[in-house]
Design a protein. Structure first.
Length: 279
């Protein structure tokens, strides 16, 4: 497990790193690697529609859309293409692989079995599920390995931790629940901010003020939860005075059909859909 408070050092990584797909999540990973000291000359990026910022990195030695058959020994391939593009994009990476390469996929719903069958070459595999706060270095990624030795797993951990914390599991079947909780989880928090602002307007607040109060309250509470040694339940209890306003609101939110029950249903629905998409 890599903690988000630690700063991984990528300056000493040996071998070439290949990134397939430099959209939002792949781009966030690349930005994190460079921010943490990785030499752009050690990176090759395969991206059919490169941004101006990505193209500009060629001046620093980054290899953009090179001939994959001429890259030589590759330490890691990180696959960050959209799942619907997976079959063609992943198969094209086969010439890069050897038994010493670790292939790390952050494609939603694409299993280790899919990766092994599509890559068609023996290599270490890691399936990972990041989330969108990776864009600001505050994401969390859950990873599951196959045929990865300690050094390959450590390299994958180093690459993934450039955008936040990393947790490792051994049971791939848990990835559907991981997707439901942390992969989709930021959307639930954003919905909370939306609903809180709308409720504030309904209670009589001007919309701009309600929106700002909701935004800063959700952001501040999240930061407090991040920094505090206390768990969420203890922090909630610290805000709640017996018979007070918070207690009145929580009596509604924590009722029989309140937020805990709704969240269990939501996570169950997202987990089931993740299983369907994975086939």
């Amino acid at each position: 497990m890599t903690d988000a408070g630690q700063s991984p050092d990528l300056r000493n990584v040996s071998g070439l790193l290949v990134l397939s797909g430099a959209g939002k999540m792949g781009g966030a990973l690349l930005e994190g690697w460079l921010r943490l000291g990785l030499d752009p000359q050690r990176v090759a990026v395969l991206e059919p529609a490169p941004s101006a910022e990505l193209a500009a990195l060629r001046a620093r030695g980054l290899r953009l859309n090179p001939d994959v058959t001429a890259l030589g020994e590759v330490a890691a391939v990180v696959i960050a293409v959209k799942p619907q593009m997976a079959e063609q994009a992943v198969a094209a990476l086969s010439p890069l692989l050897s038994t010493t390469t670790v292939a790390v996929s952050i494609m939603a719903g694409r299993t280790l079995q899919f990766l092994a069958a599509t890559l068609r070459r023996p290599c270490a595999l890691v399936r990972a599920m990041p989330n969108t706060p990776a864009a600001i270095g505050r994401g969390i990624t859950v990873a599951v390995p196959r045929n990865a030795d300690a050094a390959q797993r450590a390299l994958a951990d180093l690459l993934l931790s450039a955008t936040g914390a990393v947790e490792w599991i051994e049971d791939e079947s848990l990835m559907d629940a991981v997707t439901a909780v942390s992969g989709s989880g930021p959307a639930y928090v954003f919905l909370l901010a939306e609903a809180l602002a709308e409720a504030g307007v309904a209670a009589g607040l001007p919309q701009p003020l309600a929106a700002r109060l909701a935004r800063e309250t959700v952001a501040g509470a999240g930061e407090l939860l991040h920094r505090s040694p206390l768990d969420a339940a203890a922090l909630r209890e610290n805000v709640t005075s017996p018979g007070g306003t918070t207690a009145a609101a929580l009596a509604v939110l924590m009722g029989e059909h309140g937020l805990p029950a709704l969240m269990r249903r939501a996570i169950a629905a997202a987990t089931a859909r993740s299983r369907e998409l994975a086939g």
